[in-house]
Write a protein that binds this ligand. Sequence first.
Ligand SMILES: [Zn+2]
Length: 333
Amino acid sequence: MKLHCFDSLPEGFLDAKAEDLEKILPGPSLISIPGDETKDPLFLSVLLHGNETTGFYAVQRLLKESEGKLARPLLLFVGNISAAAKALRHLPEQRDYNRIWSGGHSAEQKLATALLEKLREYKLFAGIDIHNNTGNNPYYGCINYLKPEFLNLAREFSSTLVYFIKPDSVLSMALSKLCPAITIECGVSGEEAGIEYVMNFIKHCIDLEDLSSEYATDDLNIYHTIGRIILPQGATLGFGEDLEDLDFSFVQDLDQLNFQDLDPGTVLGWRNNFDLKLSVLDESGEDVSDKYIEYQGREITLQSKITPAMFTLDTEVIHQDCLGYVMEHYLVK
Ligand SMILES: [Zn+2]
């Protein structure tokens, strides 16, 4: 798999649908978009996950509106277009494009390495990797370093921030070695409000002069990820209390709990197969379930105070990725 580089927008790019990009681009592509050359370029990444289209449509709209006059050059990476053609996160035979950025020899990892090598030729102003998720979540940013430039970039997007260092194979982690970098989570894919919000955020980042000023973090809600909740392979699940023929069932509005501070004893769902357990894997991959999850009869309850994120009602996502993340408040010293 090769990294394709373009010095200008490929024909048809501005009017393409995400699912048709495969007809316009030969593969994953880095597109250099001119702007005021006295400014350092802003790097944007869209469609690392093929079914997360908000970033792509936001950039498309911005480029149409700006009519070729940008106050800063852009470097746009368009990621997994073959998965976008099928509206999938990634194709079954592919690696997850946001888990390939820490080296390795697979086709996708080599592509990632080639892009990072190319980006080293530039002095980047900042890097933004744009994602969506499936549950009910606010717009929020994720950063991997708690330095002022990173916090300043993130706060322009949202006052809700997640700080994590694992998995370390995400793009924002690799970008962090080159420039202030952030992953942004822009709600459900393709929603009009999200596209508009992200377009305005990018516009704003293009206009920013400097990210280095120090400031207080009092106005930020920073969370730290402590683990992911995983279901046993092949377990059946549903939503609602009366689903006793399934291994697990969760509360109907599970995703409404996202970014809410939950007390010990909060009911997450019910376990109908007593041979199975949920796993909570911490950043080093260790199972820390006993600290967070408790079983009382059929009930699955919280053992300690946590804030969840990315709880989803999409069973496919739950099987492919996880039920959601466990976080706690993080105080920047
Ligand atoms: Zn994503």
